[in-house]
Ligand binder design. Structure first.
Ligand code: SF4
Ligand code: SF4
Length: 334
């Protein structure tokens, strides 16, 4: 453990678990909710769900080119459980060696749907959107997945539904102690992505709610727990290194700056946007590298040079990266 992190700089980052390709997939702009704080590009219906033919062709190419790697796919963006081909896709992934799915959902499907499908998933992230969601329904879903499975619930803390959100966290946490429930501060896409105004009392309550942690260190034997790939090993310029999450680096002021560094985005991670365009990461460094609708897709084999002042996304901070090697001075013999 580094004893003097405050005065040291990060000299490189390595992904904690090697040989991973993680794919963040915003599947469409189709959703059965239209939350007031959601950017319409995730629910206005303009980008439809992907076709099965394109999806199968794209992921077969990933299978060929990422052979030997663990593939971690995070399905989100719009509401992925509305995709007619979802179950077929989960079956396809289940047949591959070492593929994991983290399904990010508003949890609105009936408990029976979750009962039928949860075993095909490695992780489930449910978002509680208080303008539509009801605690009773979440309880029935977690009854299927939360007593024998590692799930997490993100509660979007809308200031004008604060009490409902608070009650959801309190009631679910007493009943499902092994399920992580995180209160999430909401940003307003119509106000420059500023965080909503919370009253002083709400801020105090949020501080208390955020202290609570799921008891995942005491998971019963029958619980499955697949660790997420979003952990990295951070090396400091004083020769120390330690495991950190992207979130921890983001919070430690100024450590998330990697401009001009060589970054393995595209090799360790891909991002697919709602219209099927593929990027090296959500940061979209150097633009598109293809589309799931292309007949032929080639995974990058060379790192990219970061052109951003800061790296904002927790999982992308965990991508391996290091400063570019300075060209060696050429020796001239006369
Ligand atoms: S459930 Fe998610 S995708 Fe759907 S409208 Fe709400 S925030 Fe947007
Ligand atoms: S912003 Fe993108 S390219 Fe830059 S370090 Fe982060 S993931 Fe890599």
């Amino acid at each position: 453990m580094n004893s003097d992190k405050s005065s040291s700089k990060i000299s490189k980052i390595e992904r904690y678990r090697e040989n991973i390709l993680s794919i963040s997939w915003d599947m469409s702009a189709v959703c059965n909710y239209s939350c007031s704080y959601c950017d319409p590009c995730y629910h206005d219906g303009r980008d439809k769900m992907p076709s099965w033919e394109a999806t199968e062709n794209f992921f077969k190419q990933i299978r060929e080119q990422a052979r030997g790697k663990r593939v971690w796919i995070e399905m989100k963006g719009g509401e992925p459980t509305l995709w007619n081909e979802l179950e077929q896709f989960l079956d396809f992934c289940k047949q591959q060696d070492n593929w994991d799915i983290n399904l990010v959902s508003n949890g609105s499907r009936r408990a029976k749907w979750w009962q039928d499908n949860y075993q095909k998933l490695s992780a489930i992230t449910l978002s509680f959107h208080a303008e539509k969601a009801e605690v009773e329904h979440f309880r029935s879903v977690l009854d299927e997945i939360g007593r024998s499975y590692k799930a997490s619930v993100l509660v979007l803390m809308l200031p004008n539904r604060f009490e409902k959100c608070e009650n959801a966290i309190e009631s679910l946490r007493s009943e499902f102690p092994y399920v992580q429930k995180s209160p999430i501060l909401i940003m307003d896409p119509f106000n420059d992505n500023q965080i909503y105004n919370y009253s002083a009392e709400q801020k105090n309550k949020l501080a208390d709610l955020r202290k609570w942690r799921a008891q995942i260190d005491k998971l019963p034997d029958n619980f499955q727990h697949v660790p997420t790939p979003d952990l990295c090993k951070v090396f400091y310029d004083n020769d120390h290194n330690e495991p950190r999450t992207g979130g921890e680096i983001l919070k430690s002021q100024g450590l998330n700056r990697f401009r001009d560094w060589e970054c393995q985005a595209g090799i360790e991670r891909l991002h697919i946007s709602t219209d099927g365009t593929v990027f090296r990461g959500q940061c979209k460094n150097n633009g598109s590298i293809g589309s799931i609708y292309d007949d032929k897709f080639d995974l990058p084999t060379e790192p990219t040079i970061c052109s951003f002042e800061t790296c904002h996304c927790n999982p992308e901070i965990c991508i391996s990266k290091a400063p570019q090697e300075k060209p060696k001075a050429t020796e001239i013999t006369i």
